[in-house]
Design a protein around this ligand. Structure first.
Ligand code: 5GP
Length: 114
């Protein structure tokens, strides 16, 4: 079961987070339970529950999230590479019902993922 939209509470500053980027379209902050030396979450301000809920009207927003991810990867020194993960719905491990990109880096990554 997916929990409450905790990330909306972060956007609204109702719960604290280590925010490292903010603009009119999105927010990025460090994951509270990092799975790599760098683990940042990039979320849209617009409420979109899952990847399956995106529409054509979100094309620019989704592009923006990727541009922010690439910029943050550079700022955070992930010159040797990084992984972007987007879990969609329960079977993929999504626990927060707000679209988010995981930016992971700072260690070798394995494939296939678990
Ligand atoms: P998902 O499993 O939905 O793809 O990813 C949710 C992520 O949000 C997890 O990596 C989890 O550690 C992180 N997370 C859950 N609650 C909080 C919170 O309150 N603050 C922050 N910064 N990260 C959270």
């Amino acid at each position: 079961m997916m929990q409450d939209n905790l990330f909306l509470k972060i956007i609204e500053r109702k719960i604290p987070a280590r925010i490292i980027h903010e603009d009119e379209k999105c927010l990025a902050f460090h994951d509270v339970n990092p799975q790599a030396p760098v683990h940042v979450l990039i979320i849209p301000r617009k409420v979109i529950a899952t990847h399956a809920d995106i529409g054509a009207e979100d094309a620019e927003l989704l592009g923006h999230l990727h541009i922010v991810a690439a910029r943050l990867a550079k700022q955070l020194g992930l010159d040797q590479g990084y992984r972007l993960v987007l879990n969609c719905r329960e079977q993929a491990g999504q626990t927060v019902p707000q679209l988010h990109l995981h930016l992971l880096g700072g260690r070798p990554m394995h494939w296939p993922p678990g």
